[in-house]
Design a protein around this ligand. Structure first.
Ligand code: PHE
Length: 507
């Protein structure tokens, strides 16, 4: 004997009333059950071999807002054509822009369509448009694209599979012109099986099932006679999207945790820094290309900030000019305190570690920061104008490049990255300098992850430090990309709800 739940019984009866076969939508309105309940019943009835469920996918076209506008006012090329016919077949492009009320950016696109449809030719030199002979003698008939627009204005949505070949081609063209939007729709049809028909003939009786155990049922001992509904924990339920921490924030937290585990202390500094901490204290000459407007966002107002103590400023100035006490020759130019006062959105968090050194001189020191920086970069799959850096320093007697590589290797290993290599490289403030490269398994290529090195004497002497300082700073988003399997960094900042929802809270 097949056991039936109330919803299943209602669904079966509704299918029968609709002739033995019905769509999920039809059943929803017939049975009065919610759509999700019908779908759940469909699933369990299918398991009980009482219904067959057939899924069909259809693509549905609707007008975009621009499409709606053109459906009302006709395609811009058609309107230009009409102007041309009124003007005797020829007019200047500037005239068209004046006469036809379409955004000037859209005019050249519309002219392109006039040419493609062989309605008109353009004379680039004279900047004029002339009707073709064909269009001159006879008004061009409506194209399939125009027909489709009209149909859509009337019906608001069309199943593209049901259109004729010409209109299907028009779907492709209008989609490319972004005048229509295409969505996939899945529909489900439920059909009664022979067993179901037999069952219905015998008369369907649903057992009264109780879905919720109430205090009353317990007190009156009625629960002994009632049938409690079984839970199917594997049945799909409606998707629930609870609030959760953004995947990037989770990675920031993890980076923090790893450094804390490794015995580091966190430091933080302001997003707006003086060029002094961002550049000068790091022995970057005032005419260094990285300081140019191209890379750095300078503040328009206020323009200038405060410099630290005179002693520190003078030492940095001397180091830049002639090397001061360091034995270096410096950069050999006249250092300007005005340039150093300029305020910038910090371009790296090394500004914070060097500032920390100016105030904490006693080794051992192990500090880190995971914080935001800004650079005026072209946006690409691997660059954004704001991002986060993982920064840190270790100050102690006798530490070497080997310790630095070990520290970073440990950090990345704890993050789950196996293939890390170190490569020699250059920074104005470290010697030796290196970078950590890591392998991105999805992109199948090596990526730069982190710059590093030992701060030069020109950086350390003005801060009053006389033992080696290991320093590094690297991108966090690239780490996030590898961790989350992304091939485009912009996903992290794009408010892509679907992606945020899909990304698990715990990995
Ligand atoms: N500040 C460098 C960058 O932003 C990284 C770096 C930090 C290099 C510390 C060496 C030492 O790329």
């Amino acid at each position: 004997m097949v056991e039936l739940r109330d919803h299943e019984r209602k669904t079966l009866l509704a299918i029968e009333m609709l002739g033995g076969k019905a769509s999920a939508e039809g059943l929803t309105s017939k049975s009065g059950l919610p759509h999700a309940a019908v779908m759940r019943a469909a699933l369990t009835l299918q398991e009980k071999k009482l219904v067959k469920v057939e899924e069909t996918r259809q693509t549905v076209a609707t007008l975009s807002s621009e499409g709606k506008l053109y459906a009302k006012e006709q395609l811009p090329e058609r309107r230009i054509l009409e102007v041309l016919r009124k003007k005797g077949g020829e007019t200047s492009i500037s005239n068209i822009t004046k006469e036809v009320d379409i955004p000037s950016g859209a005019v050249s696109l519309a002219l392109g369509w006039l040419v493609q449809k062989k309605w008109a030719a353009i004379n680039k030199q004279k900047q004029t448009v002339t009707l073709t002979k064909q269009a001159q003698t006879q008004k061009p008939p409506k194209g399939s694209d125009e027909e489709l627009l009209e149909l859509l204005a009337e019906k608001s949505a069309l199943v593209t599979e049901e259109l004729d070949e010409n209109l299907q081609q028009a779907v492709a063209t209008l989609k490319r012109r972004r005048l229509i939007a295409i969505k996939e729709r899945r529909t489900y049809e439920l059909e009664l099986t022979r067993e179901a028909l037999k069952l219905i003939e015998k008369g369907l009786e649903a057992e009264k099932e109780v879905t919720q155990l109430t205090p009353e049922l317990i007190l009156t001992k009625k629960w002994r006679e009632t049938k409690l509904r079984k839970f199917d924990v594997t049945a799909p339920g409606p998707a629930i999207y609870p609030g959760k921490i953004h995947p990037l924030q989770q990675i920031i937290q993890r980076a923090r945790e790893v450094f804390l585990e490794m015995g580091f202390t966190e430091i933080r500094g302001p997003l707006v820094e003086t060029a002094f901490w961002n550049f000068d204290a790091l022995f970057q000459p005032q005419d260094h290309p990285a300081r140019e407007m191209m890379d750095t966002f300078y503040l328009a107002s206020p323009k200038a900030g405060k410099l630290p103590s005179k002693t520190t400023v003078n030492a940095v100035k001397k180091v830049h000019e002639d090397g001061w006490t360091t034995g270096s020759k410096g950069w050999g130019y006249k250092w300007s305190s005005e340039e150093a006062k300029r305020l910038v959105l910090r371009t790296h968090t090394t500004a914070e570690t060097v500032k920390y050194l100016s105030r904490h001189r006693k080794p051992p020191i192990k500090v880190f920061s995971v914080d935001r920086v800004y650079r005026n970069e072209q946006l690409t799959y691997k660059h954004t104008a704001e991002f986060h850096q993982i920064e840190g320093i270790v100050v102690d007697k006798g530490v070497t490049l080997r310790d630095l590589m070990g520290t970073l290797k440990t950090f990345y290993t704890k993050f789950g990255l196996k293939k890390v290599v170190f490569w020699p490289c250059y920074f104005p403030y470290t010697e030796p300098s290196a970078q950590a490269m890591v392998y991105h398994p999805k992109l199948k290529r090596w990526m730069e992850l982190c710059g590093m090195g030992l701060f030069r004497p020109e950086v350390l002497a003005p801060m009053g430090i006389d033992c080696p300082v290991l320093a590094w700073g690297g991108g966090l988003e690239r780490l996030a990309m590898i961790d989350l399997g992304l091939d485009d960094i912009r996903t992290l900042y794009g408010n892509r709800l679907d992606w945020i929802r899909r990304t698990p809270v715990c990995q």
